[in-house]
Design a protein around this ligand. Structure first.
Ligand code: SAM
Length: 252
């Protein structure tokens, strides 16, 4: 399992490049028309770092996820989707990989952060139908990318930082942290906090040629980000964005 960074081929680590070079087969999951760009970015990374003809790429269709399931139904829906994915990965490993070959899953950003590939490989091993060993190569996450581009840190001196999802942020601003990184937010949840003393550091398509950055006091930045987001979505058909909310502790 190779973390490939959040989009910039130059953010692959030397360890990742070494792992790419010792791979025979790359498994690439296609998430449909809108995400075809992400498959292209992965293929570009391989073409940048590997001699032609030294590897195979096997593409498969990602199962549809029941995104409508909210509240208590959310976890089972994710569980079903993970199992469906495990079935596909299991078949790919069994059918596409020779006995002595090495396969690799290219994981966006860092495999440890909001990614299910680790859990899926463990589920396959538990099923016991195919046997394999695997290693994890860490990657530069979109969170590291975001704060680097904004030339800021994640935490303030001796203070905690929390990484969470848009869904969680909608339930309330975390009580124990004033620095909060939000991922997987399709609903621009930051808008709920636009009347508070908070700075936002926002980034979309980080590390890619389409990268967009904005930052500032949330009251001023939120409407700008909403506009930028809508324009980008319209233009590209999909968006991937992350942001850091930095609250003035006096706001609590
Ligand atoms: C399923 S998570 C995967 C995170 C990934 N493992 C990582 O380390 O960045 C997908 C979320 O990561 C964030 N993300 C990933 N790549 C990004 C990028 N290039 N620009 C902005 N956000 C990104 C977005 O919040 C997106 O909703």
């Amino acid at each position: 399992m190779i973390g490939i960074g959040a989009g910039d081929p130059e953010q692959l680590t030397l360890q990742a490049v070494r792992a790419l070079r010792s791979t025979d087969v790359f498994f690439v999951l296609d998430k449909g028309e809108a995400k075809a760009d992400l498959v292209r970015l992965r293929r570009d990374m391989l073409e940048t770092h590997l001699p032609e003809g030294t590897y195979r790429v096997v593409e498969a269709r990602d199962p549809e996820r029941d995104r409508g399931a909210g509240g208590a139904a959310y976890s089972p829906a994710v569980g079903d989707w993970r199992s469906a994915r495990a079935g596909i990965y299991e078949r790919l490993i069994a059918e596409e990989l020779g006995e002595d070959e090495t396969g690799a899953f290219l994981v966006w950003g860092d495999p440890a952060l909001y990614d299910s590939t680790l859990g899926i490989l463990e589920e396959i091993l538990e099923r016991g139908t195919v046997a394999f060993e695997y290693d994890v190569v860490p990657g530069i996450s979109s969170v590291s990318s975001l704060v680097a581009r904004h030339r800021t840190g994640l935490n303030r001196v001796a203070r905690p930082v929390q990484i969470t999802t848009g869904r969680r942020l909608a339930e309330g601003f975390p009580e124990d942290a004033d620095d909060v990184v939000v991922m997987l937010d399709a609903h621009q949840t930051f808008r709920r906090y636009a009347d508070q003393d908070i700075d936002i550091y926002w980034g979309a398509y980080l590390g890619t040629p389409d990268e967009i950055l904005d930052s500032g006091p949330i009251a001023e930045a939120a409407p700008r980000i909403e506009r930028l987001r809508a324009e980008a979505r319209e233009r590209k058909g999909w968006i991937m964005d992350t942001y850091l909310l930095r609250r003035n502790p006096g706001e609590r």
